[in-house]
Design a protein around this ligand. Structure first.
Ligand SMILES: Nc1ncnc2c1ncn2[C@@H]1O[C@H](COP(=O)(O)OP(=O)(O)OP(=O)(O)O)[C@@H](O)[C@H]1O
Ligand SMILES: [Mg+2]
Length: 323
């Protein structure tokens, strides 16, 4: 994607008034316009449909996104980067680390280690490529108020990193309800680009939606808003070559006669939007199991980790140890 992108005001059809409306709705760059659905330009920036269409086309032309060959797709994939978890077992499970240009979802019951993994990744993302990092900053969207600066400080210190520098590299945003969460992501393109954000975390993706949309009659609306929210995250990941991590809870599956009675919350919408899904489980002796449950190319396998001062580290269950 070209980087010499003009201001949105240089696009055909965008005068100062329209530019003002677009800015207010969170569309701050040509890229953000190119990846937005027309419907969103109409609804959020209050534009005529024909104007929105014209602007969208002009934006896409400017950054040449409309048609690519499979070779270009392959080349784009070559720019994909991987972020180390700080655990070889987890890196191996995810095919070498957490991928950019994708959404990776961690699912599990309370205390399974989802937030701990998010915090450790936030430390790692800032490290040099040669040390498994992405050499960028982090945008951490916290919907439950469980992010802990003390814990990140502890992780950084035990990894012999400068804790203050690490904390400074995490841009934190507390989302108080689903509207706020959606708005934060809508406005994040600009900040991610300007601040060189390479990892975006939403911990957790669904809690507000689940709490606010209660009852069958509101489910369709909830899923529709969730869908658009997730697609926005994915488009940011792809346009800026950054990694997105989301966390999710499990819920009981009343239809399960065999196998695991717990399944990820959020239904098909979430299942389809996440590129890779990883289920986390607590096992005995402080050991935790991470298992790939859905991925376009990673095999269904599992591996072990533990939560320590450093965040996450490898673990070996007693029955698999050599001693
Ligand atoms: N400094 C630490 N050293 C070792 N273990 C820790 C430390 N801090 C937290 N933990 C462990 O991490 C667990 C909490 O994990 P985490 O907060 O990631 O859960 P979660 O999956 O996000 O759960 P929830 O769904 O409630 O948000 C606790 O059970 C605790 O044992
Ligand atoms: Mg948590």
């Amino acid at each position: 994607m070209s980087t010499e992108i003009a201001d949105i005001q240089d696009l055909d059809g965008v005068g100062p008034v329209t530019a003002g409306k677009l800015h207010e709705a969170g569309f701050d760059s040509v890229e953000s316009l190119a990846i937005a659905p027309i419907k969103e330009l109409v609804e959020k920036a209050n534009l005529e449909h024909s104007t929105a269409l014209k602007i969208s086309r002009a934006a896409r032309q400017t950054i040449h996104t409309d048609f690519v060959t499979a070779k270009q797709l392959w080349e784009r994939r070559q720019t994909l980067q991987r972020l180390s978890f700080g655990s070889n077992n987890l890196n191996k499970l995810l095919g070498g680390g957490l991928e950019t240009q994708a959404i990776t979802e961690f699912v599990g019951e309370f205390g399974a280690g989802k937030s701990q993994i998010c915090m450790r990744l936030s430390v790692n993302a800032q490290q040099l490529n040669k040390d498994g990092g992405l050499e960028g900053r982090v945008l951490f969207i916290d919907t439950e108020g469980t992010f802990s600066a003390q814990r990140v400080h502890q992780m950084a210190q035990s990894l012999q990193l400068d804790p203050e520098k690490v904390l400074d590299g995490i841009i934190y945003s507390r989302a108080y309800n689903s509207d706020h969460q959606i708005l934060t992501v809508d406005h994040s393109f600009k900040i991610c680009k300007e601040e060189n954000v390479k990892l975006m975390v939403v911990d957790s993706i669904l809690s507000h939606f689940r709490g606010e949309y209660i009852g069958r009659e509101s489910l369709a609306e909830r899923q529709q808003r969730l869908n658009s929210h997730l697609h926005k995250l994915l488009r940011i990941a792809q346009a800026l070559n950054l990694a997105v991590v989301i966390t999710n809870q499990v819920q009981a599956n009343p239809q399960a006669f065999f196998g695991d009675p717990m399944r990820p919350a959020g239904g098909n919408i979430l299942a389809h939007a996440s590129t890779h899904r990883v289920m986390l489980k607590k096992a005995s002796g402080g050991i935790r199991i991470a298992k790939i449950i859905d991925s376009p190319y990673l095999p269904e396998s599992e591996n072990y980790f533990q939560i320590t001062e450093k965040g996450v580290e490898d673990a070996t269950p007693r029955n698999k140890r050599d001693d």
